[in-house]
Design a protein around this ligand. Sequence first.
Ligand code: PGA
Length: 251
Amino acid sequence: MRSKIIIANWKLNGNWSFNEEFANALSKGLQEIDLKDRQIVICPPNVYLQQMNGLLLEKSIFLGGQDLSDELSGAFTGETSGAMLKDFGCRYVIVGHSERRARHFETDDMVVKKTMNAISAGIIPVVCIGETQEQRQSGLMKEVLSEQIHSLVSGVADQIGNVVLAYEPIWAIGTGATATVEQAQEVHGWVRSEIERVNPAIAQKLPIIYGGSVKAGNAPELLEAPDIDGLLVGGASLMPREFLTICLAGL
Ligand code: PGA
């Protein structure tokens, strides 16, 4: 059985006092709870990694970065490498989020480079794939996802077993329009079958998590679906009580 991963993507949010209150509330809420191998990951802005590393002492809570450089070191102003994230205690890093693909023109090739950089730094990449509303409506969803998946699978080759995939339909991110469980499960099952075609040994082990307007209300049924191995949570991860409820959903 694949264990579940719940990831908070704080994006450009948080500040010194909010972080402290959040970390204390989460640590308290998770104390003495049997999470059954479930991992909770908080991805704050990089400047707060050290602060959060000192606050999140529960053993089931891990830190993650929201992005990493496709370069290893050198004259790349503003970039953060995988090795630096590792130094600050990160176990995970989000790669190729649709906001970065759209705003920072990240290509599938860059996503592969970042994924490999994370793995070589000893960090687990959470690689995001997803389609826009127009692509879904015009019947291009599988073509778009297939391109993203196959670029990743061929680019990282036998390292695919060290990746977490995140299916995030772009039309569901920050919009309140969650994919239904049926829609999400259908895509997750299909993504797994695509992986199976190229790497049957890995497909059943690969965690595929869902993101896009996840809330306390829809988390339990999403987590029940056979091919949904966790959640990537944006907006709702900024509300400590709501996020705690999501972390505990279905336990
Ligand atoms: P959302 O964001 O939960 O606010 O839709 C999810 C994400 O972008 O990872």
